[in-house]
Design a protein around this ligand. Sequence first.
Ligand code: 8ID
Ligand code: ZN
Length: 349
Amino acid sequence: TIPEKQWAQVVEKKGGPPIYKQIPVPKPGPDEVLVKIRYTGVCHTDLHAMNGDWPLPLKLPLVGGHEGAGVVVAKGELARGIEIGDYAGIKWLNGSCLSCEFCKTSDEPLCAEAQLSGYTVDGTFQQYAIGKAAHVCKLPKDVPLDAVAPILCAGITVYKGLKESGARPGQTVAIVGAGGGLGSLAQQYAKAMGLRVIAIDGGDEKHAECESLGAETFVDFTKSKDLVADVKAATPGGLGAHAVLLLAVSEKPFQQAIDYARPRGAVVAIGLPAHAFLKAPVFDTVVKMIRIKGSYVGNRQDGVEAVDFFARGLIKVPFKTAPLKKLPEVFELMEQGKIAGRYVLELPE
Ligand code: 8ID
Ligand code: ZN
């Protein structure tokens, strides 16, 4: 039976902190399902949301979280393709209109009416969360719900970003922020897609993690005297990286990437540092024929494919577990850049 009340982490004002308290269990609308969340990842986006970092209005009070894995416990009469008892994931894109030109052409993240979990609608830092049936990600029954949680944002996003980069098997991708939540998965999707990885991040713990995840080279941005030269030296012929995936939460690498991208290479912006700008010299961009582009989560099929890579054992998610109650401590570690991989929160039973 579904209770009336549940535990949740609620951000009541911009800047936080999240308050651990009991709130009512929501009821699914006709086209929605109610998912009993067992585990939820903590993405840096949740911290940006709490801090009001972005020029996008936020729901308040807000239950954050958008990497939730659990079991469907109730559904509306119009909910199709997913049944009570199924494993399901709630991702950043909670719903979209399904009828605009972007939705019709499988670019749902670009829908002007997209609903965002843990941002414009309540997310997965609660025991029972709502998702639109058309958007929840059905999960195979044999996947562990703790390890799969980070796939629902971090995994989908980096998988899509790698596809958008146009990098082909055998080519080299530089991953900036490689030791973080998105980065640790990006390295493995890249490897599974036949790409060669240069990992860029800081500190010995992340260095060790990146090597264990299959990076061929690690460049420490806190120690390197000439980062551009070090990255280029790690690429075949010293020509630069075929693709750069920018996952860091600081502006500097967004200005630097073009210097170590290979001619005809792609620079893909994915990280969303507050108030940051992408700046590149026009001359170099032109004569190196560089592509600079953004990539934003993924569509529903990207979600299916990202989960499939995981279910086939190609992706090992480096994660630590903590109870939902510990969210403020996790945010603190994240703020300090001290998390190698991902934190996954366990919801009370
Ligand atoms: O769809 C999207 N575009 C999308 C989806 C999900 C998340 C975008 N994001 C955004 C988040 O909002 C956030 O801004 O991607 C960014 C990364 O999220 P995350 O992986 O959850 O953050 P993290 O775990 O804190 O990892 C960030 C890493 O960047 C490193 C840090 O050391 C950390 O490991 N880093 C920093 I900060 N500065 C760096 C630098 N100069 C750096 N690594 C290399 N060079
Ligand atoms: Zn996220």
